[in-house]
Design a protein around this ligand. Structure first.
Ligand SMILES: [Zn+2]
Length: 534
């Protein structure tokens, strides 16, 4: 029987991580992530899986990020009855992240169905609910780092610390041959690899002498300057001190899991060493508060933090859980730091803080994470003078700052180094979890390091390869859910979003009401004109 790997996600894109392995009548997944980003990709979450969910024997999970784990409740809903093997950190984070993801699906669908009803369209059902997310946790089975675990049927697994987020692992898999003769096949799935000097985690580790490495390539085309912890904190201290001088307020949109805890840890250290003045720090996100409690519980296994999770128990930290507590922050007059989700300002409590503070020239908004094009965060960073929040136009007078010193991902040089440390790699490297440019750039780096091009593969969505054939791989005939050209191109929704922004800019810049009317008339004429032949 053939040993086959199928790339059911994160192939030519950075989300939807999901790989299927078939071997000796056994069938299992590594990750089962949600697609994020463009509408075309997100629609894949609603469609059928490219395999039979009830035929899957078990799932191995690299880490808790939703683009690696977010479709597990759907897999169970569709008939999967096996176990999900993950580290304790991953399980603990997902015990609230999966229900939260279900809650988001329910909310989005409620909104969509209201529109569908107005348009006479049939209602849609959520991919899964909060309750489905809660039930999914019952399928979890814990795996320790650095120890072999026999899963039966000739499969053994070994989880290595990937240094990416709490609980993250690279997964080594050993597949025994069907007959007693023949060699084992050894696979290594990188998961997401963390950078050097990552707060809380040691540098990523992994085995060598592998048949196939399946490696992420998120930043395969980007090199970052290495920033040691002391320098990172110094940069943060500069922004915080400036923002809080003269009673100013600092608002930080942050991702709830890990980035928020990194900020709290650094702020706590800076305050206790006197590098910044003591101020109230509001953590205004129920999800981030739960994540912080989880980090405290795991403090004994984390670096840079006392075993009792002391860093998060700073007397200046105020955790606001209820909506009433959150609203009260608006009345707070003295200088304060407000950390709230979401990280790109698209949802969550951060929006009401921005609405309240953006007009204030004594306030500062600090971006500490990636801002996708078109998000409110990206508009603020681009220096827009006014933004629309919850139907209201808000003037931007606050200072907008960016601090690019926190990252959960290895850069190109670190990814290259991680792969080379796995040598000898006997048969091949599959580069996944990266945009086309990032994968090609990493592939070129590997070629320079002596990994010849015929050993490095860039699979497309739903590609299947037979492993252990001569030559080293054979691509099997499959029908993909999306054409690679469609995946690489931004779909028209993004083009439309950009066009709407451009029109708005043009109208804002117009001198008076008359010129605005003129622009609108021109646009209408263009819309009604016969399309030119192209
Ligand atoms: Zn990740």
């Amino acid at each position: 029987m053939k040993t086959v790997i199928k790339f059911c996600g994160a192939a030519g894109m950075v989300t939807g991580s999901c790989y299927l392995v078939r071997h000796n009548g056994l069938c299992f997944l590594v990750d089962c992530g949600m697609f994020q980003g463009s509408k075309t990709l997100k629609e894949l979450n609603y469609g059928e899986f490219p395999f039979e969910p009830e035929s899957i024997d078990f799932v191995l999970l690299t880490h808790a990020h939703i683009d690696h784990s977010g479709l597990i409740p759907k897999l169970i809903k569709k008939g999967f009855a096996g176990r999900v093997f993950a580290t304790e950190g991953t399980r603990d984070l997902l015990s609230f992240m999966l229900p939260d993801s279900g809650y988001i699906q329910e909310t989005e669908v409620t909104y969509l169905n209201r529109r569908n009803e107005q348009r006479g369209l049939p209602p849609v059902t959520p991919i899964y609910t909060q309750e489905d997310g809660e039930k999914a946790i019952e399928h979890f089975d814990l795996i320790d780092y650095q120890a072999w675990r026999d899963l039966g049927h000739g499969v053994r697994v070994h989880f290595w610390n990937a240094g990416h987020i709490l609980g993250a692992a690279s997964i080594e898999i050993e597949l025994a041959p069907k007959e007693t003769e023949g060699d084992n096949i050894r696979l290594l799935f990188s998961g997401d690899i963390g950078p050097e000097y990552k707060l809380f985690h040691p540098d990523p580790v992994g085995p060598s002498d592998i048949d196939y490495v399946i490696c992420e390539a998120t930043y395969g085309d980007r090199e970052r300057k290495t920033i040691p912890p002391a320098e990172r904190r110094k940069k943060l201290a500069r922004v915080v001190s400036k923002a809080l001088s003269n009673g100013g307020t600092l608002v930080i949109p942050a991702f709830s899991v890990e980035r928020t805890q990194e900020l709290l840890a650094d702020i706590s250290l800076l305050m206790s060493s006197g590098a910044i003045e003591e101020h109230i720090v509001f953590l205004d996100s129920p999800l981030a508060i739960r994540a912080t409690k989880t980090f405290s519980r795991h403090a004994g296994n984390l670096e840079d933090i006392a075993p009792d999770g002391d860093l998060f128990k700073n007397g200046n930290f105020v955790f606001t859980r209820t909506v009433e507590e959150s609203k009260k922050i608006n009345q707070y007059k003295g200088g304060a730091i407000i950390i709230a989700a979401s990280g790109m300002c698209e949802a969550g409590r951060i929006r009401h803080h921005l609405k309240r503070r953006l007009w204030d020239k004594n306030a500062t908004v600090l971006m500490v994470g990636y801002q996708a094009p078109g998000t409110l965060g990206s508009l603020l960073l681009a220096g827009k003078k006014a933004v629309r929040i919850q139907g209201e136009d808000i003037k931007v007078r606050a200072h907008i700052r960016e601090l690019d010193v926190y990252s959960g991902h290895a850069d190109a040089a670190e990814l290259q180094e991680w792969i080379l440390k796995r040598m000898p790699i006997r048969r091949g490297v599959f580069l996944t979890h990266g945009d086309p440019g990032a994968r090609e750039a990493l592939s070129a780096r590997l070629a320079q390091s002596g990994l010849s091009e015929d050993r490095v593969f860039l699979p497309a969505l739903d590609d299947e390869f037979e492993l252990l054939t001569v030559p080293v791989k054979e691509k099997l005939q499959t029908k993909p859910r999306l054409d690679p050209a469609v995946v690489a191109r931004l779909d028209w929704h993004n083009d439309l979003a950009q066009l709407s922004l451009d029109i708005r800019d043009e109208l804002d810049a117009a001198a008076d009401e008359r010129s605005r009317q003129k622009i609108i008339r021109r646009l209408r004429r263009a819309l009604e004109a016969k399309p030119a032949k192209d």
